[in-house]
Design a protein. Structure first.
Length: 278
């Protein structure tokens, strides 16, 4: 079914979710192939995301690509919390500003620069209506979520001058499946040709397609996932760096140190001095 700029199969709406609740004070690393939107009431939530501690502030929508492994490391006085999961394929077809998409897909938490007083009642309505919604009401909620996500993207500095290029359904499915495949297999030996073969594309075309839609190379995405896994192991275990390097999927210690420094800005030893995860 087509509506607006999104093609959705409502038999597969588990990928689209809206709910409210109380977030856990801590949560181990996890990932899922949706764009995640958060909203905190009365307090804040801190994630370890792409090697950085990032905070969902109270009263502002915050969005990130949940295909990057992330963990909850702290929660402060949150009275209520909302989660919105938007399937990646839907988000990529909205024609969001290119700079916004690149920031999100590179592992950044993007916070709304123009918060709306209507956000809390809107989120409450979505969370109450969606579980029992028929197709027409689901379609309405999805359209409202899309519009709010676009408004958030356009609130970012420079968004008005940035290009917005909607993507076709076929290419979006391919890049989404590549991202999922890499996330599921990044801890083992994985070549870019394996990823291209998985989606039935020539390697050169697969790499170009991924970069066009994600704003980063597939190689950089794979490296970022492995560094994120290493960061978690450094903070949550006493394993030495060489063991962590191989557990995270790196083929050599030298490559591990080089990639870790590039992504994190620190050495593994320096990173380990951060507060331990509970």
């Amino acid at each position: 079914m087509r509506y607006g700029s999104v093609v959705a199969d409502f038999g597969e709406t588990p990928g689209f979710r809206v709910w409210r609740g109380e977030p856990l004070a801590t949560m181990p690393f996890h990932w899922h192939d949706q764009v995640e939107i958060n909203y905190a009431v009365g307090g804040s939530l801190t994630y370890l995301l792409a090697g950085s501690l990032v905070r969902v502030p109270p009263g502002r929508l915050a969005v990130f690509w949940a295909g990057t492994p992330h963990s909850v490391v702290n929660r402060t006085q949150v009275d209520d919390f909302y989660w919105v999961y938007v399937p990646l394929a839907w988000a990529l077809r909205l024609g969001l500003p290119n700079a916004f998409t690149r920031r999100v897909m590179s592992g950044e938490l993007v916070v709304d620069a123009d918060p709306l007083g209507t956000d809390p009642p809107m989120l409450s309505r979505w969370s109450e209506e969606l579980p029992g919604a028929d197709e027409a009401r689901t379609r309405l909620i999805v359209r409202e979520v899309e519009n709010r996500l676009m408004r958030l993207a356009l609130s970012q500095p420079g968004a008005a001058e940035d290009g917005c290029v909607p993507a076709g359904a076929g290419p979006v499915r391919k890049v989404t499946e590549m991202a999922r495949f890499v996330a599921e297999n990044h801890e083992g030996p994985l070549r870019l040709s394996d990823v291209a073969r998985h989606v039935g594309l020539h390697p050169n075309y697969a790499m170009a397609l991924f970069r066009k839609h994600y704003g980063i190379t597939l190689s950089a995405y794979l490296t970022r996932l492995r560094v994120c896994q290493a960061q978690y192991l450094l903070l949550s275990t006493d394993h030495d760096a060489s063991r962590i390097a191989f557990e995270a999927g790196f083929g050599s210690i030298s490559r591990f140190y080089e990639a870790f420094k590039t992504v994190s800005g620190t050495t593994p030893g320096e990173y380990r001095l951060l507060p331990k995860l509970q």
